[in-house]
Design a protein around this ligand. Structure first.
Ligand code: HEC
Length: 128
């Protein structure tokens, strides 16, 4: 009996060590890995170089072509600008109340990506 108890105890402490160390590695990954901090401080956001690649990654798959989802067309400067002007572009990606959260069924864009798009909108949605 005593022997079993000590096995149980060492198992518990072993799993505690594993848990703690995995937390440690998680943090390290956060610091140096994928979750890079928002270092882009540019205020002059280029539509072609910054906004389009994001929309391409997160939106165009559903909102281009002859039958765009929700009848919301994107994918050209004119269409993207119109969506931005209506407030829907920022409202949906920011998950603001009153808007359908986008990208539909996917993870919310990072705050860094959202602020990049917001800067473009606030600067007048230039075709730059
Ligand atoms: C997987 C497909 C899919 C993706 C990806 C997607 N959408 Fe949508 N979107 C839809 C569907 C379906 C609707 C219509 C139903 C609804 O409103 O939820 C819609 C509706 C909308 C609307 C109208 C909603 C409203 O509240 O007026 C806007 C604006 C919009 N999408 C923008 C975007 C933007 C911007 C992105 C990229 C960040 C995006 N969508 C990504 C499928 C998608």
């Amino acid at each position: 009996m005593k022997f079993r108890k000590s096995i149980l105890l060492s198992l518990i402490s072993l799993s505690a060590v594993v848990l703690i160390s995995s937390c440690y590695y998680d943090k390290e990954e956060l610091l140096y890995g994928t979750a890079a901090p928002c270092t882009d401080t540019t205020t002059n956001v280029s539509y072609l170089q910054k906004v389009v690649p994001l929309l391409q990654q997160y939106c165009y798959s559903c909102h281009t072509g002859s039958f765009p989802s929700g009848n919301q067309l994107m994918g050209t400067y004119v269409a993207d600008k119109a969506m931005a002007q209506s407030g829907k572009l920022y409202g949906t990606i920011n998950h603001s109340s009153g808007y359908s959260p986008m990208p539909k069924g996917g993870a919310k864009m990072s705050s860094c990506q959202i602020s990049t798009i917001k800067k473009w909108v606030d600067a007048g949605m230039l075709n730059n």
